[in-house]
Design a binder for this molecule. Sequence first.
Ligand code: ADP
Ligand code: MG
Length: 154
Amino acid sequence: MKCFLPDEAATMLVGAALGRAMTQQHGFITLAGDLGAGKTTLVRSALRALGHAGPVRSPTYTLIETYSLSAGLIHHLDWYRLASDDELDSIGFRDLLAPGNSVLVEWPERIPIVAARSDLSVALSYEGDGRSLSAAADTVVGADLLRLWMTEIG
Ligand code: ADP
Ligand code: MG
């Protein structure tokens, strides 16, 4: 899947559609892209669509922010400041991927060996004044999530 997002509102619409898809399918989603590409904007909109009413902080410093929602636990991570996967072991990253949970990771490029286990790989990049988004399924679960997401985008 590939689409052009001309402005922030477009990113938010696509993020909300991802959130609606996530009410039907859980998974491990990576979000690649440069600083300011819109990764946190996308996650924030997804969390809103999943029923989270409070603020969504970038987990750049905290590494992880967890939301307990009707769709299950949603773990939002940012690996920007990670130097090695030891830090992922120390927070029990493996356990975050339990069935019924979803995991959204910004800066998966930092720890490729763990990112390789993702169900769905999303990439955002600058294109003119807007952004372009591409998404590819890595597993059967990811393919289902992508199918639901595309249906929700309409
Ligand atoms: P990241 O988490 O990738 O570093 P953020 O989501 O924190 O990026 O910031 C993205 C910035 O780009 C925000 O200022 C947001 O308003 C803006 N933005 C988001 N989507 C678009 C878009 N499609 N076109 C132009 N600007 C966008
Ligand atoms: Mg971010």
